[in-house]
Design a protein around this ligand. Structure first.
Ligand code: GLU
Length: 318
């Protein structure tokens, strides 16, 4: 990759407050961009309607700035980009890549023969048209528009942190939903499609995010190909988990950055802890962002999951 041309992004979902886990992913994204003299953009992923909490949006910006993490240019807000998404959706539909599915969640669950690889349900492709003549062209009723993965079998990509990744899309997702059509023709574009359109639109050269999204990456690569977009590079980082090995969440105690701020803990202390969790310094050191920038080396970041124990939360002042 050319050092003069590096663009990545922060893509928070305002479904909760910024916590130690996503702060670590954002810190690494920031260090990677700045250490290469590249850019880092901000995209607010506020499409997941029932879970989005509008009041969290300003808090996410504020918490990142408090840690010193800045970004370049205007923020992209997904809820303001419906027109662009629909135009690309239409492109895929006209290419014959989509079909409408009327199966309910329980139909899909019942038809699942093998355990799925991720959190998502694996679709049996039951509604997939057998030939192009029975593709639903316009159907004014509720349903899910699925992307036809065709006869794709094993897919491979090279992850910049995790190395070679392989999946059989038939086992990890099947034909996947890219838009839900609701009553009165309301179209709800999925994360998968919006993410690909925005990363392409922003000229992202490397997507950095947590490794719970590796399975999505394969689906997204298929969308890049279908839309004729250049595929960016991908770098997935291990999730931050609690002592029970499960993704850091409320059950592990309060690990929100806003809680630290309220407790008057300094950004240096948390940056030091995050730096230690990235293998960049000793435990217990307090550091500024500029120190971490000097120490940053992707090779030093431990490969395994990052465990936040109760002693860590206590040290940090939660
Ligand atoms: N908005 C997603 C999240 O907060 C990240 C999506 C992405 O980076 O592609 O988990």
């Amino acid at each position: 990759m050319n050092n003069n041309y590096y663009i990545t992004r922060f893509a928070p979902s305002p479904t909760g407050a910024l916590h130690l886990g996503n702060a670590r992913t954002f810190l690494i994204s920031w260090l990677r961009a700045r250490s290469r003299g590249g850019s880092i953009l901000m995209r607010m992923e506020d499409l997941d309607h029932p879970r989005v909490k509008r009041e969290k949006i300003a808090q996410v910006y504020d918490d990142l700035k408090w840690l010193g993490l800045d970004w370049d240019g205007e923020v992209i807000v997904q809820s303001e980009r419906a027109e662009s998404y629909l135009a690309e959706f239409e492109k895929l539909r006209l290419l014959g890549k989509l079909y409408k599915c009327f199966c309910s969640r329980s139909d899909i669950q019942n038809a699942q023969s093998a355990p799925n690889l991720g959190d998502d349900l694996v679709y049996s492709n039951k509604c997939r048209p057998q030939n192009k003549t029975n593709v639903v062209i316009s159907e004014n009723s509720k349903g899910a528009w699925r992307f036809n993965i065709g006869d794709t079998s094993e897919l491979i990509y090279q992850d910049n942190f995790m190395g070679e990744q392989k999946v059989d899309l038939n086992k990890s997702s099947g034909d996947f939903v890219i838009c839900r059509e609701e009553n009165a023709g309301i179209m709800k574009i999925s994360y998968q499609l919006a993410c690909v359109i925005d990363d392409h639109y922003s000229g992202i050269t490397e997507v950095i995010r947590a490794d719970d999204l590796v399975n999505s990456t394969f689906r997204q690569i298929e969308l890049y190909k279908a839309l004729g977009y250049k595929i960016p590079e991908f770098l997935h980082l291990p999730l931050v988990v609690g002592e029970d090995g499960r993704r850091l969440a409320k059950r592990h105690g309060d690990s929100r950055i806003s809680c630290l701020r309220r407790n008057k803990v300094s950004p240096k202390k948390i940056l030091g802890w995050l730096g230690w969790s990235c293998g960049l310094c000793q435990k217990g050191v307090e550091l500024e962002l500029k120190d971490l920038l000097e120490l940053f080396n992707l090779e030093l970041i431990p490969r395994g999951k990052v465990v936040v124990g109760s002693s860590d939360l206590k040290y940090l002042g939660f």
